[in-house]
Design a protein around this ligand. Sequence first.
Ligand SMILES: [Zn+2]
Length: 298
Amino acid sequence: MTRACCALLPGPAGPFLLKDVARRRRVSHAHGWIGCAEVGDHGLVVHDGWFRTVDLGDGITRIDEPGVHPLLRANIWHARGRDRDLVIDSGLGVASLRRHVPALFEHHPVLVVTHAHLDHLGGAHEFADRRGHAGEPMADPPPGSLHLAPLAAELGLDPSLLGETPPDLLLTDLPGPGYDPRRYRLRPAPPTCLLTDGDHIELGDRAFRVLHLPGHTPGSIGLLDESDGVLFSGDVVYDDFLLDELIGSSIGEYLTTMERLHDLPVRVVHPGHGESFGLDVLRRIAADYIAQRRGDRR
Ligand SMILES: [Zn+2]
């Protein structure tokens, strides 16, 4: 059953996400866009259809923002239920989800924010029912930036880790005419309900158990449908370079989280970034992480 909602206190000021080095992520503008050829003030192409939607079957839809640089391009997940829908994460917040993806709002959605990094929290303020862990600063997030240098400074991340020629602007296109990336600020979205490990989110014909999975951030959470082994993992696990040295990250907690994930009865993982994958990949990622980080500590 769903926990009763409650008034919440903001978590400690915490880290942002800058998506990883992401060398393997592809930049693709070819799928599902209703774009136009208008050129904005910054010389970038302006698109009317900012979000890209992919139906994965089983009532699961993945939404992302192809005009965001792969370093910051996160997944928004939409799981349909009989009584209400579940939305997991909310993108960067440079364009309105309610305007561009109204289907997300049509069936009493509960939004779960896996963690408060800007590419997951950005559109959360548009939802009436917003849930997250107390360890995440949803109510008082750092302002964020679409420019690498200030964002890296907020993260405590060395920009040189991102490669030889890291971009200045973390958008590859613009969401609308006249949009000025310099004015971007992450909007606070105080949770209307706090989630803790073991809570359940009930949609009527499917339910998800909340897993507290610290390591990437203090209050990172995943959602597991125990009836059919579907895991929404946020940034705790995706098939790419994992970030465990940001401000607020904890390698020790990440190791414990990976040990837990390795033994979960999971059929498919829908991650915070990139494509979905199965149990074999989950176990490979977890085992590799554990082997590497334990080795580092010896
Ligand atoms: Zn993150």
